[in-house]
Write a protein that binds this ligand. Structure first.
Ligand code: GLP
Length: 274
């Protein structure tokens, strides 16, 4: 696992956006088939989306050949609901770039047959040949997508019940009331994320520090489902200093040392306005 620690959230987001754009552009040069991108919601990826939109507007990045699959969606919220993940994606990315709406997939939280909806999602991803790059965030309890503590590390797309901690964390989007947060969601499984050829997770803020410490320094454990990344051959966590706060000094020094050229190259790129 790579851990790339940036001074602040803006740098972490810009670096991650450069990384994604470079992957999409490089892939396009040698592949005629679409680039399949997994996408998250939440506050963590907003900075990345902002940067991707900027690059698109500057003519440096096109989503015309990108097929996207979002991680999750609340059960019972229509796409028109401002807190649905359909709505979030339209607001924060899709309506600002040239992705074909038919190729921007989000699980249907209003489906009458959740089991079928989830199976269809897995089948659609398989038909695409799998996900090239899965971008994600992390919950304060170390969850990935809506794979709450105790989720099988081999789980597939399914319905999950949200924990009290997640409802409290997400209450900020529901007038501060955890009771207004839907009780269940459709979510890709840990296994679905692990099948992606590459996974990149953005983590920021002090409230994620304990979970990041567990994911990076402790063992593989279903209590912190993002620890699954320890078993992925191409996983990157990009974080800010605040999120790295609970890591051992030795761990931080180690990762900063092995990634020092990454940070140097990034700074030069920003300086040169590339
Ligand atoms: C929800 C989403 C996750 C997201 C997490 C953290 O639980 N299902 O995909 O990573 O929230 O959200 P935030 O980035 O707002 O902290």
């Amino acid at each position: 696992m790579r851990l790339i620690i940036h001074e602040n959230y803006d740098d972490a987001s810009r670096w991650a956006a450069f990384y994604i754009a470079d992957k999409i552009n490089a892939y396009r040069k040698i592949n005629s088939k679409p680039f399949v991108l997994g996408l998250p919601t939440g506050s963590s990826p907003v900075g990345i989306y902002r940067e991707l939109i900027k690059m698109h507007r500057a003519g440096q990045l096109s989503f015309a050949h990108v097929h996207s699959y979002n991680m999750d969606e609340y059960v019972g919220l229509p796409a028109s609901h401002p807190q649905s993940y359909h709505y979030f994606m339209a607001e924060n990315l899709f309506s600002h770039v040239d992705i074909d709406p038919a190729h921007a997939h989000v699980l249907d939280g209003m489906t009458k047959d959740p089991v079928k909806e989830c199976q269809n999602y897995e089948d659609a991803i398989a038909r695409e040949g799998g996900i090239e790059l899965f971008l994600g965030g992390m919950g304060s309890d170390g969850h990935i997508a809506f794979n709450e503590p105790g989720s099988s590390l081999q789980s597939r797309t399914r319905v999950k019940t949200l924990t009290e901690e997640t409802k409290i964390a997400n209450a900020r989007f529901f007038e501060g009331d955890p009771e207004k947060v839907p009780a269940t969601a459709l979510t890709v499984g840990v296994g679905t994320v692990m099948d992606a050829r590459e996974v990149m997770i953005i983590v920021n803020g002090k409230n994620k520090a304990r979970a990041l410490q567990a994911v990076v320094e402790e063992g593989l454990n279903h209590t912190w489902t993002l620890s699954c990344l320890q078993m992925h051959s191409r996983a990157i966590i990009v974080c800010d200093e605040d999120a790295a706060e609970d890591l051992r000094v030795k761990t931080v020094r180690y990762f900063k040392d092995i990634e020092k050229d990454t940070i140097k190259t990034y700074r030069e790129r920003v300086k040169n306005g590339a």
